[in-house]
Design a protein around this ligand. Structure first.
Ligand code: NAD
Length: 431
């Protein structure tokens, strides 16, 4: 369903009215297009504190002067006490106004040092700073914080956050470890030679994920319920992949996926999900059980089965789908919120073990309001609230979730593990 308000605010009367009435003013976002793959403008590097980070290793094309930067990277890894936080203000205050529309601010922080509460206080302060700036900056601009120690290990993350691919990701804090990473041979097709399976990919977000992973070179397997077999086959044919008609709640779903992929799997995207909304007082057990089974139990079962069968190859990626409803809670969604919070628990606990045991990373995307058939069915008033109640004042597109998934699936994202990344335009819910 088209966002008519967004189109209207782009017209002269729309601009006039929204300014006069103090209404939300969403800016059209610059999303990734083959003919416009980068933001227009330079990438400015600023520093606060004394940094030891070797940013040149990330090869990001940063400069020390840019008049209307498309992106600003503030290296604040050297901020070790509250006094030095003043340098964050000194660095950004003069340039923040000049950052281009749909521009990016990426703050680089250090992991919190549990042995130094002054460093921890100053570094945690960067989180509140980032989220606050994200809420006030406007004009389609985003602000995110990356905690890192090794710039090379974070190159894929910084590349994503500084590109149009992260248009709907704002107010996020991502931690990147210090693992050795291998950049792909062909940066335009980083998943070439790899196989990716996406559950619930016959339509909606899953279809967009399959499409984006195929764009990045993966051979995709489009899994969906037998009732959606025709749609799944149509998607697979369009992307040069294969389809698999399977209900993931089947007790042997993992074994059947393993049998369908004798050569192994590199990227497993748990996207299939359902809602069965009711307040708890009115919710029959069937609704509760159906949502917990599709959204959480089957994710655990198939993940365990595919890891046990050795189907997921070393260097593999698991990306599960949470939701802001699981992080913030939502009236009428106790079942859904529980299932999606469970995903975050699964990711955090499994990530270190999967990496050590199988060389596999485990992360989650947590979409906010995304324009799909599911949200088009939401009553008008709630739909409008969902669209506007975020820092970008608009809904996201399936492609936004897909690009985030593709970044987590990237061969050079091996140091990103155990993260739950919201794709929500910095939703005001639970932010
Ligand atoms: P959708 O309903 O359009 O698509 C979901 C797909 O999953 C469908 O093709 C469906 O057939 C498939 N599916 C459902 N049960 C299945 C099963 N048992 N086995 C195999 N496939 C099954 O939903 P969507 O909006 O594209 O959402 C995709 C994911 O993103 C879900 O996990 C959803 O909870 C999550 N999410 C969506 C939003 C949003 O705003 N749309 C927000 C937060 C989270």
């Amino acid at each position: 369903m088209a966002d008519r308000y967004l189109s209207f605010t782009g017209t002269a009367p729309g601009r006039f009215l929204t300014r006069r009435l103090g209404l939300p003013r969403p800016a059209p976002l610059h999303r990734w297009l083959p003919e416009r793959p980068e933001l227009d403008g330079g990438r400015l590097l600023l520093t606060a504190g004394k940094s030891d980070l070797d940013l040149a290793a990330a090869d990001l094309g940063l400069t020390t002067a840019a008049e209307h930067p498309a992106a600003v990277v503030l290296d604040a890894t050297g901020v070790r006490d509250v006094g030095t936080l003043a340098e964050v203000h000194t660095a950004l205050h003069p340039v923040v106004r000049s950052v281009a529309e749909s521009g990016r601010i990426v703050v680089l922080g250090a992991p919190l040092d549990p042995a130094d509460h002054h460093q921890a206080a100053a570094q945690q302060a960067l989180e509140g700073f980032t989220r606050s700036l994200g809420k006030e900056i406007g004009r389609g601009r985003t602000v995110n914080l990356v905690r890192l120690t090794d710039a090379r290990a974070a190159a894929s993350t910084l590349g994503f956050l500084l590109s149009p691919k992260s248009a709907y990701v704002s107010g996020q804090v991502v931690e990147v470890g210090a693992r050795e990473v291998t950049p792909p041979d062909d940066p335009a097709r980083p998943l070439a030679g790899r196989t990716a399976l996406v559950t619930g990919a016959a339509r909606g977000i899953g279809e967009a994920v399959a499409e984006t992973l195929a764009r990045d070179g993966a051979r995709v397997v489009v899994l969906d319920v037998p009732q959606a077999e025709d749609d799944a086959r149509r998607v697979a044919d369009r992307l040069g992949g294969t389809s698999l008609a399977l209900d993931i709640t089947a007790p042997d779903a993992g074994e059947r996926i393993a049998a369908a992929l004798p050569d192994g799997l590199d990227v497993l995207v748990h996207n299939a999900g359902i809602t069965r909304d009711r307040r708890l007082v009115n919710m029959p057990a069937e609704r509760w059980n159906a949502v917990l089974d599709v959204n959480l139990a089957s994710v655990l079962r198939t993940t365990d089965a595919l890891l046990a069968a050795g189907t997921l190859r070393t260097g593999g990626r698991i990306v599960a789908t949470a939701s802001i409803a699981g992080l913030a809670g939502n009236a009428g969604q106790t079942n859904y919120g529980a299932s999606k919070a469970g995903i975050a628990g699964l990711v955090r606990a499994l990530a270190p073990r999967a990496l050590d045991g199988h060389g596999v990373t485990v992360n989650a995307v947590a979409p906010g309001f995304i324009e799909t058939k599911m949200t088009a069915a939401v009553p008008l008033f709630i739909r409008e609230a969902g669209r506007r109640m975020n820092s970008l004042a608009q809904g996201g597109l399936p492609a936004d979730v897909a690009e985030t998934t593709a970044w987590l699936a990237h061969p050079a994202s091996g140091a990103v593990n155990g993260q739950v990344v919201r794709v929500c335009g910095q939703s005001l819910l639970g932010a």
